[in-house]
Design a protein around this ligand. Structure first.
Ligand code: ADP
Ligand code: MG
Length: 382
């Protein structure tokens, strides 16, 4: 059954990804209800309806499912049980099983390994004794990552040796962790893929991602990799969606090693920061695709019509008040997106801008020049 414009859609989570879903849905004529525990959220503020409640609040979930013909999520850290409950009376995508695999690094790695996808060498650390196992040294230097609730580099520590590993495990409160070997990355890329209710698959062009302090800084699209590597990444992302029997929009993050070797880093069961360029540079955005997949529609064309470079705007740029937006807006082919967050904290994603051009090198040059000006302006006005 297709869910037509006019029907109410629901989204769990009121952050910027939820907000961009709401905008895409509203543009197509679907009103939206947002569920989020904070009183004021970027998506909650612009939605037709807002339910302020915890993600596990049964009566709130019931109200959501009564109001909405179909429900999706903007982030993975919701109890899978909540999605199961909603699915009893509404169309829900992605489903609880996919989300529960992607929300936990242990189940994610096991899923990837079982299905033959290459990942960085790792060990599961469930208790202190696991840190002293014989083969742990083979994974050093490495990165210790909590199995759940980590994001933007939070909940992870680089460890050079066993002493640092033990200290890091204590610092991470002895929670279940994954220790990953530190990989010599040539670059990082990602692919956003959508899979419809009838199994149709569409991938977006490959994004090349640069991170600073574990947070996405710059996305360059199309990625500066060989056509063969791009095709391989897209095909792997599609296979991940197939193996999960996934419905909706999914992002697969990859590590590129020497000789074009690809490893899967992680999976996000939702649109992704590295796919924001699609809003301005593709025929269909990742958020329209999320609406289409959720509503059982034919998936939108993913062709990219302009080269694009996206740069994140973190709260650090607000230290001396609002940035000078004209530094961005004076460029006729640059698109500013602000998420409507009232409080700017260092490392918090406040917005982004996307520079469009005929080629990636020109877009990258312009995007970096703008970034430098924004940063210099900060120093000039202390
Ligand atoms: P998050 O959930 O915070 O995005 P990731 O596991 O994707 O966590 O790690 C964030 C970033 O840290 C990656 O994009 C990459 O730049 C770096 N990183 C993570 N794991 C490794 C690794 N095993 N080797 C090298 N760099 C890594
Ligand atoms: Mg990541």
């Amino acid at each position: 059954m297709r869910i037509m414009p006019g029907a109410m859609l629901g989204v769990i989570g009121g952050g910027q990804l939820g907000r961009m879903f709401v905008m895409a849905a509203q543009q197509m004529g679907y009103p939206v209800t947002v569920l989020d525990p904070s009183v004021d959220s970027p998506a909650g503020r612009i939605a037709e309806h807002f339910i302020c409640a915890d993600y596990a609040d049964h009566s709130a979930l019931k109200a959501l499912s009564m109001q909405c013909a179909a429900i999706t999520t903007e982030f993975e850290n919701i109890p899978a049980e909540s999605l199961r409950l909603l699915a009893l009376s509404s169309v829900v995508s992605p489903d609880a099983d996919s989300v529960s695999i992607a929300q936990n690094r242990v189940s994610e790695k096991q899923f990837l390994g079982t299905n033959g996808f290459a990942v960085a060498p790792y060990a599961i650390i469930e208790r202190h004794a696991d840190l002293t196992a014989q083969d742990i040294v083979d994974l050093l230097p490495g990165i210790l990552k909590v199995s759940q609730f980590g994001y933007d580099g939070k909940g992870q520590k680089s460890v050079a040796n066993k002493t640092e590993l033990i200290a890091a495990y204590t610092e991470l409160n002895h929670s279940v962790c994954v220790l990953e070997k530190f990989m010599p990355l040539v670059s990082e890329i990602s692919v956003v893929v959508a899979r419809s209710r009838v199994g149709e698959l569409k991938t977006f062009p490959v994004s090349e991602n640069q991170h600073v302090n574990g947070i996405l800084d710059v996305s360059i699209v199309p990625a500066r990799v060989s056509a063969a590597l791009a095709e391989q990444a897209q095909s792997m992302a599609s296979q991940v969606a197939e193996k999960l029997n996934y419905q909706g929009v999914l992002c697969v993050e990859f590590f590129v090693l020497n000789n074009d070797k690809l490893l899967i880093n992680e999976i996000a069961p939702r649109p992704h920061n590295s796919g924001h360029y699609t809003i301005n540079a593709c025929v269909t955005s990742q958020f329209e695709q999320q609406v289409r997949a959720l509503c059982g529609m034919t998936l939108g064309e993913t062709t990219q019509h302009s080269a694009a470079v996206m740069i994140n705007l973190l709260g650090d740029l607000w230290q001396n008040g609002k940035p000078d937006w004209n530094l961005i807006l004076q460029h006729p082919s640059t698109k500013l997106h602000l998420y409507g967050k009232t409080e700017a904290r260092p490392g918090r994603k406040m917005g982004h801008y996307t520079v469009l051009s005929t080629d990636t090198e020109t877009a990258l040059r312009e995007a970096i020049a703008i970034k430098k000006q924004l940063e210099q302006n900060l120093i000039r006005n202390p």
